[in-house]
Ligand binder design. Structure first.
Ligand code: ZN
Length: 146
């Protein structure tokens, strides 16, 4: 499957292999499981909050390379961000993959552009969006989204 140019493939692979964010946060303030039956992706997302700032984000689980790479990018993108900034990145991610808009991310979330090729493969959009949909549900359940 062609996901675009070599640079993008490398970013996805690096994020897939990264281990820094792949851990359970036992003292997480928020956690939520997400499942994508069309692929078998099954992850759990953990957030630690300091006021309205995400002080730590991590995930565990099993998934395809797109799902895991996207979950890792999510953790990188929202660690240190406010809930509002995290929600904004989530909106931009959905705009790129679901609405087909050009990617437009802040610098700290620039890796996410590498996933834009996924929009050519509708079944894989669910893989790339799983961590983000899980984040949205988690924030919604905690009453942290408008
Ligand atoms: Zn998948």
């Amino acid at each position: 499957m062609d996901l675009g140019d070599e640079l993008y493939k490398e970013i996805i692979l690096d994020n897939y292999k990264a281990r820094k964010n792949r851990r359970r946060l036992d003292d997480a303030d928020l956690k939520r499981e997400g499942f994508n039956p069309s692929c078998g992706d099954d992850i759990e997302l953990f957030l630690k909050l300091d006021g309205d700032t995400v002080s730590e984000a991590s995930y565990v689980g099993v998934g395809c390379s797109i799902c895991v790479a996207s979950a890792n990018m999510l953790c990188n993108a929202i660690t240190g961000a406010s809930i509002e900034q995290a929600t904004d990145v989530l909106r931009r991610m959905r705009a790129m993959l679901v609405d087909g808009e050009e990617p437009d991310f802040p610098d700290e979330a620039a890796d996410l552009e590498a996933l834009q090729g996924v929009k050519q493969f509708p079944v894989r959009i669910k893989c790339a969006m799983l961590a983000w949909n899980t984040l949205e549900q988690m924030l919604h359940d905690a009453g942290l989204t408008g």
